[in-house]
Design a binder for this molecule. Sequence first.
Ligand code: HAM
Length: 420
Amino acid sequence: MKIQAINGFKDILPDQMLLWRRIEHTAAEVFQRFGMREIRVPLMEKTELFVRSIGEATDVVEKEMYTFSEKKTTMRPEATASIMRAFIEHGMHVQQPVQRLFTIGPMFRHERPQKGRLRQFHQLDAEIVGATEPQVDAELIAMGQLILDELGLSTSLEINSLGCQECRPPYRRKLISFLEEQREELCEDCRRRTHKNPLRVLDCKKTACKTIAHQAPSLLEDLCEGCSSHFAQVQEGLDALEIPFTLNRFMVRGLDYYTQTTFEFLTADLGAQAAVGAGGRYDGLIEQLGGPALPGIGFAMGIERLALLMEQNAEEPLEQQTDIFLAALGEQAPQPCSRLIHQLRKDGLKAAMDYSGRSLKAQMKQANRCHARFVLIIGDSELEQQQGVLRNMQSQEQQSFPLTGSPQEQSQSLLRLLQL
Ligand code: HAM
């Protein structure tokens, strides 16, 4: 019997990889324009890290983590906690007061798989640590928007503020008493969470709880002066950068570490999986993980979702090009061709050849399959006359190509002819 991949774990096939590379490359390039530096953190961490940062009563920690209980380790469900752990462990704030970091890689959550929702998925993740200014919030959101723009995607942006340690406790009490009144209508998880972590109730996906959440008091109306002014300045900053947004006072995000600004980039084109990217401020997280009292803000985008949207935009599919295909015909040709092709590759060309000795027709088909721009035909008679035939596959024009000189010399003259 065939062994198949685990449900929710997907292969990314060569045809898709070009699009993935484009997404990753565009993001990495934009990140660097904003002074972000790449970091790679492990795929596994101590379970405690995620419990403490994401929060005990969240769906991610309660239901979705891939945990090896005996070893007390967990496959990372997101990157922020790991990056903050690394930040603290390496005392990165000592080197530089504001650290701008990004990472790209797989995350793991045991969710119900569907279109755009996987158990192994990939994120582009950006974090700015050490800056409290609201302009930084606007700048970070602008960076996310620029990645989406450069990928040709149109999404909408929603923002909210979740307040701070000062304005949260009174709001929490208000929310608890509201939820208490609705207790009968809430799902079992939400009844349990009402006292433990009431904000999570506002994030429940069950229809009945969602209806209640939409009637719940919003923190936005009860922000303290500091949070209110911070949020107003974030909005001014976005206006100044001409980034359109709408306020969504119901957005609470699914992770506990958020404070103040939160945001989501949304699409209407992926059914239930509307969030292409999301993030926010987490001003208490680093201290909570045993580090210095430094603020932070970041976001992550799901690469699968970006790729699905780009495929739906029905752009020309990306194809891997080959600069030159060597069609070696007859007994003698493969040997000199294999020397020449190695030299071409050393000189930076994407070159292919077929060692099967198949007919010219079969080899031309192969050249087309690998999207060759040129084919150099070398058979026994061409070798004898020291003249190959170079065909431009687009114009179908042919010219003879001298097979004299060393492979290095032949490669150089091919480079000139191909204008590379
Ligand atoms: P998140 O909202 O859990 O935030 O995930 C961010 C993005 O990852 C989502 O908007 C979505 O595009 C993608 N994503 C999440 N789960 C899945 C899944 N199961 N399948 C496919 N894509 C998925 C975070 O992870 C935070 N760490 C973001 C952040 C960084 N906040 C501050 N810094």
